[in-house]
Design a protein around this ligand. Structure first.
Ligand SMILES: [Zn+2]
Length: 118
């Protein structure tokens, strides 16, 4: 392979991070960047993705639900019945103690006409 930094031919390649980009370089150029282990590269980016998938609710979703429910003058029990959920769940969601899953969040969005999913 040809080193992306100095252009020299090298039979071993090294991945290094230099100023935010990842380059394949020869051994003598590895000192110019931060060496990246090949296996560690992929596994490092995975936890971030998982985190992003569960972190879909808008900030203050509980208050938004409560406000929209109050506007319709529904009791927590009424909202719970419409959603086919327990009243205690609604209470926990409104106080932020419980995060609805994507399915329930979408039902709430539809029913209350508010935006809960980012
Ligand atoms: Zn080089």
């Amino acid at each position: 392979m040809i080193c992306e930094l100095c252009g020299e031919f090298s039979d071993r390649r090294y991945k290094v991070r230099i100023e935010g980009s990842v380059l394949e370089v020869c051994e003598s150029c590895t000192s110019l960047g931060v060496k990246m282990p090949e296996s560690g590269f992929k596994s490092k980016s995975l936890p971030k993705l998982e985190e992003a998938e569960t972190d879909f609710l808008v900030e203050g979703f509980g208050q938004a639900i409560k406000r929209a429910r109050d506007q319709r003058q529904w009791h927590q029990r009424e909202l719970a019945q419409k959603l086919n959920e327990k009243e205690s769940i609604i209470s926990k969601i409104e106080t932020g103690k419980f995060e609805p899953d994507a399915k329930l969040a979408r039902k709430l969005e539809k029913l209350l006409g508010i935006k809960l999913i980012e």
